[in-house]
Design a protein around this ligand. Structure first.
Ligand code: GUN
Ligand code: FE
Length: 462
């Protein structure tokens, strides 16, 4: 069984199906109505593949393959802080927890330990692609790229650029330095992965409040020159928005600030996008910039509730981000579940709705199981610009996938014969749609049995 999202809200269930992946990790055939014998006797000969030259992996009864998750926004150096945020909100959270931890990645042996563990954890939760913010440090950022490459996680790796708002020792000294150090990382990634087959550099101005106008302009020019993607944060928190207003009194909105510095491109990933005005969302849509929705972070540090339906209806691509450690969880399954709950909160009657709002109007903003799983996979692929390569099981795409096991409850009362000890109990009467719903709301890394990126096995649950 292969299950994937083919469009927003639409999962396709491919049972009794064989998918063939070549030695470059590309899907070359998706054959329905194909049992193992047919695969071996008909399909393999058609491809000219000898049986003894292939590896066959079978999803047993009740197990299924699902596309790897895409974490469109995550901070690797913040991984040691997951769960530690108290009652802080964005600006005091940055000063209290985040800048001290990030600046400590100047120590390469610490960075190695933290980044290895972060990647291992992320892979074990089925995340096959991650868009990482690193720190201002070139050696540690290069190391993050090297570790993603060696551990096999597809990644965008960004050296964080910032020249104000943090302690002096954790700042770039000039716009030129932001650019030259970013170039050093680009050159390094080019030297280890020349075609960006797995790792892509990403231009990373932290967010407007921590970047001077000159730095943003310089990074905008670098984007034009290199055509590389960009990632940053936008409109996460009211105090942050006020800072941007003070910093750029002549510019109307936060979104205009990025636009006027050349950073609002069709390769820009904007994290959060919570408190946008109508005209800001329209501009983002016009520029074809993308949004990383981070419901775990937005709930943890009390930022707000992004209006995902509203963004989608404006034609903006939306994916999910863990935003560790603004978010406490490394899991995109958790992000998907929280995206569902946050959308339900937005639908609840309350101050944000006019008194005469109808149930229909309110319920429309709720995101379904199928919709949040779309954001977690195919939607995320659009956000990171890899929609032609990942996000689903289509011929021509690369095999970034996870094998999911649910717990089959045995018929015998003594529990003997239970197949698996995960948290999702399947009694046998559930439809596949119901099994997927159970997985979304109760699943975790215990269900993620194996994970592949570009055809390579990168995680196996022992
Ligand atoms: N805004 C600027 N930096 C950060 C960060 O590290 N995390 C989050 N969530 N928002 C930010
Ligand atoms: Fe973030």
């Amino acid at each position: 069984s292969f299950i994937h999202s083919v469009a927003l809200g639409q999962l396709q269930y491919l049972h009794n199906t064989a998918i063939c992946v070549n030695s470059s990790g590309k899907i070359v055939a998706v054959k329905q109505d194909c049992d193992r014998d047919t695969a071996e006797q008909t399909l393999l000969p058609q491809l000219g593949w000898a049986l003894d030259s292939v590896t066959i992996t079978t999803a047993q009864d009740g197990q299924f393959f699902f596309p790897g998750f895409i974490d469109t926004h995550v901070h690797a150096p913040q991984y040691p802080n997951v769960g530690i945020f108290g009652k802080s909100t964005l600006l005091d959270w940055l000063n209290t927890y985040t800048f001290p931890m990030e600046s400590s990645m100047a120590c390469l042996s610490k960075a190695r330990r933290v980044y290895s563990q972060c990647i291992r954890k992320s892979l074990s939760h089925g995340t096959t692609t991650a868009s990482y913010f690193a720190t201002i440090h070139v050696p540690a950022t290069n190391l993050l790229a090297d570790l993603c490459l060696s551990m096999g996680q597809r990644a965008f790796v960004g050296r964080v650029c910032m020249d104000q708002l943090a302690p002096d020792h954790y700042l770039d000294e000039s716009p030129e330095q932001s650019v030259s150090r970013t170039r050093e990382v680009i050159n390094h990634i080019q030297s280890v992965d020349p075609e960006y087959a797995l790792i892509t550099p990403i231009i990373t101005p932290r967010f407007a409040p921590s970047c001077s106008g000159q730095t943003m302009t310089a990074l905008g020019e670098l984007q034009k020159e290199t055509a590389l993607p960009v990632q940053t944060h936008i409109s996460e928190n009211n105090n942050e928005i006020n800072l941007v207003k003070q910093q750029f009194p002549g510019i109307e909105t936060y979104t205009d600030v990025y636009d006027q510095h050349g950073l609002l491109t069709d390769k820009t990933i904007l994290a959060h996008a919570i408190h946008l005005s109508e005209s800001e969302a329209d501009l983002i849509s016009q520029r074809q910039s993308k949004v990383a929705h981070c419901p775990c972070s937005n709930s943890s540090i009390t930022s707000g509730e992004a209006r995902v339906r509203w963004l989608l209806e404006k034609g903006i691509s939306v994916g999910l981000g863990t935003d560790m450690s603004g978010g406490y969880s490394p899991s995109i399954l958790e992000a998907a579940r929280l995206a569902s709950l946050v959308s339900n909160h937005l639908a609840m009657p309350g101050v944000k709705w006019p008194e005469n709002a109808t149930d229909e109007e309110r319920n429309k903003v709720k995101l379904s199981v199928e919709e949040v799983l779309h954001l977690a996979t195919r939607g995320g692929a659009e956000v990171v610009g890899l929609q032609d390569r990942i996000g689903g099981f289509d011929v021509g795409k690369e095999w970034d996938a996870q094998l999911i096991k649910l717990n089959a409850v045995p018929e015998a009362e003594d529990g003997v014969g239970s197949e698996y000890g995960g948290n999702v109990d399947v009694f046998g009467w559930e439809t596949w749609e119901e099994r997927i719903a159970k997985w979304l709301y109760n699943g975790d890394d215990r269900n993620t049995s194996r994970v592949w990126v570009k055809g390579r096995l990168v995680h196996e649950k022992k």
